[in-house]
Design a protein around this ligand. Structure first.
Ligand SMILES: NC(=O)c1ccc[n+]([C@@H]2O[C@H](COP(=O)([O-])OP(=O)(O)OC[C@H]3O[C@@H](n4cnc5c(N)ncnc54)[C@H](OP(=O)(O)O)[C@@H]3O)[C@@H](O)[C@H]2O)c1
Length: 261
């Protein structure tokens, strides 16, 4: 089929103004693709959209709240009604740290759970049923290697990513018989604002472009779990398998205890 007759692909990315979401957007940008880019930082969003248009993609910018889940669901429903989304990537996320004596700040924990855990679930809950009815579509949820075993430097973040991993695995099984794909992405360290603000060592740091290529390859193969880089993913996987006391000891030894005394 010629390019002019091929139907437009619609791809939604939340967290498009971030390192990983932005790299994915640029990677996907091509003629025949409309990128729906979500972010609150409008100048950053517009700069990214310019880059994507230069590569031939059409772009639409979105900024509704992701932490007001009713607003999020209204937006996703209206958007999918209008364009029929092919791929939706829930990449927006924040981190908190327990560096201080009092641990994590409650208002930050609350926002984190609403964004990292609540928003991807609200999005999936709304979109999965619609994709199921049409028998196609792909949802991409962003977990983390921190989802395998809780890191003392970042408890709420670890919990949100473990929760998204479990939710994604469950939803993948529910959606698969209906022709809908769901993939859980578990990155290690990828250079970004969030990554650099996190305390503790950052072995095997990848560039966002490299992470994006790995994620896209995994999505094309419909891998259930897209985790990288090897061997960090293998080591973190072991943390979930070993007795918790041993894993806790290893995590402390590796410098993730958040003990800054
Ligand atoms: N980088 C890593 O090492 C790493 C490792 C494992 C997993 N991950 C996960 O990968 C995803 C992307 O991370 P990243 O490294 O690309 O992060 P990043 O560069 O710090 O970007 C964070 C993104 O989240 C959005 N965001 C933050 N707070 C928001 C809010 N309240 N409402 C709506 N959007 C909000 C930001 O957009 P605006 O501020 O414009 O709204 C931005 O696009 C996250 O889910 C992260 O947990 C990252």
């Amino acid at each position: 089929m010629s390019d002019s007759r091929r139907p437009m692909r619609h791809i939604l990315i939340t967290g498009a103004t971030g390192a990983i979401g932005g790299a994915l957007a640029v990677d996907w940008a091509a003629a025949g693709v409309t990128l729906h880019l979500h972010g609150r930082n409008r100048p950053a969003l517009e700069a990214l959209a310019g880059q994507c248009r230069a590569r031939g993609a059409a772009t639409v910018l979105h900024s509704p709240s992701l932490t007001d889940h009713d607003e999020l669901r209204r937006w996703i429903t209206a958007l999918d009604e209008e364009v029929t989304l092919d791929i939706a990537v829930a990449a927006a996320g924040v981190n908190t740290h327990s560096q201080h004596e009092n641990g994590e700040q409650w208002n930050q924990v609350k926002e984190l759970m609403e964004l990292n855990f609540g928003a991807p679930i609200a999005l999936t809950n709304c979109l999965a049923e619609r994709m199921k009815q049409r028998g196609r579509g792909q949802i991409v949820l962003m977990s983390s290697l921190a989802g395998y075993f809780g890191l003392p430097v970042t408890p709420a973040y670890s919990a949100s990513k473990a929760g998204i991993k479990a939710y994604g695995e469950a939803m993948r099984g529910w959606l698969a018989p209906h022709g809908v794909k769901l993939n859980v992405v578990m990155p290690g360290y990828v250079s970004s604002k969030m990554c650099h603000e996190m305390p503790g060592p950052k072995p095997m740091l990848w560039t966002p472009a490299r992470a994006s290529r790995r994620i896209r390859r995994g999505l094309e193969r419909n891998q259930a779990r897209i985790s990288f880089p090897f061997p960090l993913n293998f080591g973190c996987w072991w943390l979930a398998v070993l007795p918790a006391a041993i894993s806790q000891w290893i995590v402390g030894l590796a410098g993730y205890n958040g003990d800054h005394s």
